[in-house]
Design a protein around this ligand. Sequence first.
Ligand SMILES: C[S@@+](CC[C@H](N)C(=O)[O-])C[C@H]1O[C@@H](n2cnc3c(N)ncnc32)[C@H](O)[C@@H]1O
Length: 350
Amino acid sequence: MDKIIGIKVNKDKAQETISKIKEENNFNSRYKIIREKENIIIPIKKITSDLNKNNIVEINNPEKQKEIGLTYKEILKKEINSKYIDNLPSSYDIVGDIIIINIEDKEFLKEYSSNLTNSLKKIHPHIKVVLNKSKEHHGTFRTQDLEWIGGENRKETIIQENGCYLKTDVEKVFYSTRLATERKRIASLVLENETIGVFFAGVGPFSIAIAKLAKPKEIISIELNPIGVKYMEENILKNQMEKIITPIEGDVKEISKRYPNYFDRIPMPLPKSAENFLDDAIFSIKDKGIIHIYNFVSKNEPFKEIEKIIKEKEKKNNCKIEIIFKKVIRSFSQTTVQIVMDLKISKDLS
Ligand SMILES: C[S@@+](CC[C@H](N)C(=O)[O-])C[C@H]1O[C@@H](n2cnc3c(N)ncnc32)[C@H](O)[C@@H]1O
């Protein structure tokens, strides 16, 4: 039989007492408040010195809270009395069994990180770790700084995506679940026996999805971050794709020089600056091959700037670039969206 403790107060004192108990982080939010004719019984976690001992009661078989359909902020509001809850972000990323949230308020985190972790775990029972990011992805490796908030103290996780096993460290290597649909789309375009160059490969999500979902002959998977390459190698083995995917650690600008007119298809998932590597991709793509370029662009005129760059690249590289598909994939910030363009490169202009 379930047994917990509660504090019994007259209905007149209900609001005042609930607020006080929440402030002290002593409200047992797993159970419902019991409402009697004159009194209410508030479930508490422990007996503290400032509670009137005469009002403490035992509750047998307490009724559990139903939290299905609530947001983590609504759950938090039931547990703690903080004016900051409304300012907390409504969304967060889930990578494997890790939640990555972006909370700026250090005071809130200092006081309520365990409540925050519990509220997130109530909604996502498979979550084992909660991390806070202090700023967006940065630097050449596009990594993010993450502070541990709660749960198990680790930053490594395993992702199951498109039937692929992908291990990563969410702080040391870039990984975004938001491109999962794109990886599936690219794999669906791949014809049998294609040779593919995945530029900016990370821990291998594009390469492994293509190898698993399509029937390419060969995938050259290039990544600069040595930790990313280490995970990519492990992921290739774990997915048994070592006969198809060759991981290469290095700069796309250098490595692409080894592959003139070599690839049928090149995905370029480096949205901050992929256009700076377009000459290298054109050098490595076969005549009539396809380049998939990802970019962050202005929300107002998403394709204008890249279309201008493409015209310049045509002239510079003496080729024809046909935009065969373009799409806004997602909103990135208030002013920026992420796009993809599929470019068909014709080198034989005779
Ligand atoms: C936006 S991430 C994409 C990672 C992965 N493809 C994914 O979708 O999760 C870009 C990756 O390109 C790598 N990178 C940046 N500059 C590079 C370069 N010059 N040559 C090779 N890789 C590079 C970064 O380390 C990072 O892992």
